[in-house]
Write a protein of this length. Structure first.
Length: 258
């Protein structure tokens, strides 16, 4: 495991902290590290719930498209992108409840990572965005499954088609987040929720969560296979190059449909 995440325990709760501040961009290794940590937590009978948190001002700003060497899906190699989604599906196969502490931006694939959790605790300053179409791209990280299941098809389509940023208050209103607190209380509130969960019967928790998430990982696997194929098709277009460039330059894109 790399030094980009840290795992600590407090009672029956484990915290996985992403440590790539300030924006916590992910790559294949980081997603693999999170999946490995969850496997170890599953094997630890003393742990009953998990907090997924991050250092810095963002929860996770997704993949850094301007640094291809760090970003497997952006490399243009379908095998690398496939490997990343294989690791992502492993996260969805974990057995214990996860509370994501979203203290800042959860963007693109970082939003997908936040949606792998059972619950999201957030704040007014947070922003949630499936900004793929603004990049000339297709949603990924299983969001085409997890987002409509969480907030309904119409709300998910609205987020996908506009690439708009949803505030913490809006996230709470649409059911995207479960708890809204001041920014400096997000981590503590996530821990409090995880501890409340951990007070329950561990066998009952495992059984109930397995029922509630039955088939989810398989649906995400099927979705990421399709998402990756669409991403690879769109990655070679002029619109994708313009989308990445315009985003980096903080300007409106001049898309041509090519």
């Amino acid at each position: 495991m790399s030094t980009d995440i840290a795992v600590t325990t407090q009672g029956h709760v484990a915290t996985i902290e992403i440590q790539r501040p300030p924006l916590n961009y992910f790559d294949l290794q980081l997603i693999r590290d999170v999946a490995d940590a969850l496997d170890k937590i599953d094997a630890n009978g003393e742990i009953r719930a998990v907090v997924l948190a991050a250092q810095g001002k963002a929860f996770c700003a997704g993949a850094d498209f301007n640094t291809p060497a760090r970003d497997a899906p952006a490399s243009g190699d379908q095998r690398d992108g496939g490997h990343l989604y294989i690791e992502a599906v492993r996260i969805f196969r974990n057995k214990k409840p996860i509370v994501a502490a979203v203290q800042g931006a959860a963007i693109g694939g970082g939003f997908g990572l936040a949606m792998s959790a059972d619950f999201r605790v957030t704040c007014p300053e947070a922003r949630f965005a499936a900004n793929f179409t603004r990049l000339g791209f297709h949603p990924g990280f299983g969001l085409t499954v997890t987002l409509p299941e969480a907030i309904g098809k119409s709300n998910a389509e609205l987020m996908f088609y506009t690439s708009r940023r949803v505030t913490g208050e809006q996230a709470l209103a649409m059911g995207l987040a479960s708890v809204l607190v001041p920014q400096d209380q997000v981590r503590a509130a996530a821990m409090s929720l995880a501890q409340e969960i951990a007070e329950c019967s561990p066998l009952g928790l495992l059984s109930t969560r397995a029922t509630m998430r039955a088939g989810l990982a398989d649906r995400v696997k099927k979705a990421t296979d399709h998402e990756l194929a669409e991403q690879n098709r769109l990655r070679v277009t002029d619109d994708f190059r313009e989308g990445v460039k315009s985003t980096a330059e903080r300007r409106s894109a001049n898309f041509t449909g090519k």
